[in-house]
Design a protein around this ligand. Sequence first.
Ligand code: SF4
Ligand code: SF4
Length: 383
Amino acid sequence: MDNVADYKELVEEIKTNGGTAVKFCYQCGKCDTVCPWNRVRTFSMRKLIREATFGMTEIESEEMWRCTTCGKCPQRCPRDVKQIDDMIALRRMATEYGVFPPHVKPIRAVSSGLAAQGNPFNEPRATRADWAEGLSVKPFVEGMDILYFPGCYLCYDPRLKKVAKATANILNKAGVDFGILGTKENCCGESVRKTGNEALFKKLAKENIKTFIENGVKKILVSSPHCYHTFKNEYPEFKANFEIVHISQYLFELIHEGKLKITKDYGKKVAYHDPCYLGRHNGIYEEPREVLKQIPGLEYLEMLESRKDSMCCGMGGGRVWMETLKDDRFSNLKLEQAISLGAEVLATSCPYCITALEDSRLVMNHADDIEVMDITEILQEVI
Ligand code: SF4
Ligand code: SF4
């Protein structure tokens, strides 16, 4: 076993890199009983914490990269061990040493794209606002009510562009005074921070904050729970505080204030998947459900594992950029649960979840059995 350092050095390095609580672990194993990895293969957070405590971490191993930061084990841990912070601390060390196991290597290209173009796909910055062509979406100017920040997936990914368009159509229909920053916008930096690249996260965050301030932004509407989490809980580390609203909260507000009228029926059975960074990490459970339940004809179905027990799609913690073997994808299980519930549509409100679930639909040959939709796409059809 190659250790990066002796006991003292490793524990110090974990501390320096933001992980603190490994020593509190008393090896009860509750983390392993709730971790979604153990639904698809053997994985032990308990073992990773034990190895870190004794300076035995194998820095080149793939295991410490598996955690999707879903938040399930921290809510069960009796000793308040900060498993997510500890894994990120280890990843920061690996990033510093430039040690990436084979399935993790794609994050190097992602980091280059982020550094050069402000997006993980290495697409030209100049095309960031192309999704909005022909939709009467204005550039954001000071004094507008709200900045709409679609995030990288919705700006560049062909599937997710449909969600950005649906959002813009809904906002226009409700008469919202909004604009976009387009090419001036960077990735929020959430996923790359989880892969241990702290320097790149800070660069992206500082540039975004500067742009928001220079453009007089006060309130930001986001589509991704990952942007929501970062802007709301992590950008304040840079003394930047903006009002952050997730689209599910905003739609709920627009409907309840009577600004958005639902005029049609939606005669389908719809189940809702709670994204980890909307639900467990930020406590937003009711608004997306309430939006769906307001739609006449829609038969709402509750997933067996929902709200704080929701099973992760597998894409958080930077896993979205890593390779996950077909049989190791949690989203396959999630999709099959929705199908056995009788759902015709599995709705959610996160670009990573949609990407994972759409992929499972194809890989599992379920394209004819169920649709995967963002709540904005459903709402767009009934207003
Ligand atoms: S649940 Fe907490 S205390 Fe128990 S093994 Fe896991 S990290 Fe350690
Ligand atoms: S945060 Fe989620 S994925 Fe990570 S170890 Fe805990 S339960 Fe598993």
